[in-house]
Design a protein. Sequence first.
Length: 460
Amino acid sequence: MEVCDIPATQKEHESSVLSSNLNMIAAIKEENVKLCEMLKEKKYRNYQFDIITHPDLTAMPFNPIGQSFDEQTPENRSLIQTNLQLKQKLLSNYLDKTTNIRASQAIYQPNDSDSEELSSEDDVTEQIKMTTAACYHLFSDIYQLRKENQKAHEQLMIFQISPQTFQDDKKVKFYTGLPNCTTMMAVYRYVTSSYPRLYTRSSTLNLFQKFMIIMLKLRLNLSGDDLGYRFGSTPTTVAKAIAELLDLLYIKLKPFIIWPSQQQRSLTMPIEFKRYFDCKVAVIIDCFEIFIEKPSNLLAKAKTWSSYKMHNTVKYLIGITPQGTVSFISRGWGGRVSDKYITENCGILNKLLPGDIILADKGFNIAESVGAKGAIALTSGSTKNNLQLSAFDIERTRKIAHIRIHVERIIGLMRLKYKILQSTFPLSYFQKQKEVPLVDKVVTICCALINLCPSIVPNN
């Protein structure tokens, strides 16, 4: 029978808990011995009766170790009970020894009719016992209240939006799409390093909450009402936070979409690309579309209608490196525009160098425009004019299709990871802000965030 090894971290945790328990039990035992000595020698002045300083019953009068331990075992419960009884007896003796007529008057203010009764020693002793019992119950209540307060605080931290609640990598990946907590905090610090402090003073949301609002909007496409309920704010405040952080994310993350040089490509070229095309592949391109609301303007409606999607869309050209990172994203075009027209007018051809190879689908008839830059465009073969492909074309098409599938995987991953790209964008996202529509900013941010995730293209 195979025995599964316990992880090292779990062993360390169990060892730490066991060591803490043993130390705490030993400390309480030592405290009990000291209490017995104080009762025997009647040295009550060493006892500290301070509820605020020592609110925990197990920490009076000594507190060698401030750690908790398992109180459910019979031995520990008996040990604590003995400790409490000793403290109660010590408190009673202390009050019995030091109480005088003035102290008894402070505890109980008699009137003229019963002043003679309280003057007796028995009545004073009875009053001291009652006060001792009351103190004991107060200590017990404080102890229970502090335990309940700690439990409520832990439950509150689970639902609170703060960096401390996003220490779990699975939680970070679900809510932001980023691989781990370290990456998320690095992006947060980088993006908000130049954030105007003026916005944080007049808003009910702190800076981290605003950052999480925009990430949840991109990742899960939650509505303004939903985000308002989650963050204890109003939809109007949420909309303002999204508008503020969207511009900031666009400015900060756009430089993460990098076009690598030939030397950088050759140093990191995957083996699969080297075997088929040496180190000459510069980019793999494709187009994708996102749905938009139907415009009321007839001209805009015609320009955005996509016969392929049978919907009004905005089309983008995306380019990825052989390593699987997004190296180019165009601005949005109407869904009616052809792939060839976007390629020739979006600016990607200006980045090509002589000898570079660009891989594309058969719908990209860009051989002449790419050739004018001294580069080569390789597309899948087509049987439009021929009845059958030659053996050479079949082999070349197989290689290109095998490699070009990576760009479709990147597009699918981006849609799956950031569900806002699966939605139908309202027309308000096409209002230009500083010459860049909001929809272009959203797509650019999603592409930059994809580059911060592990690549889906294997290097080997």
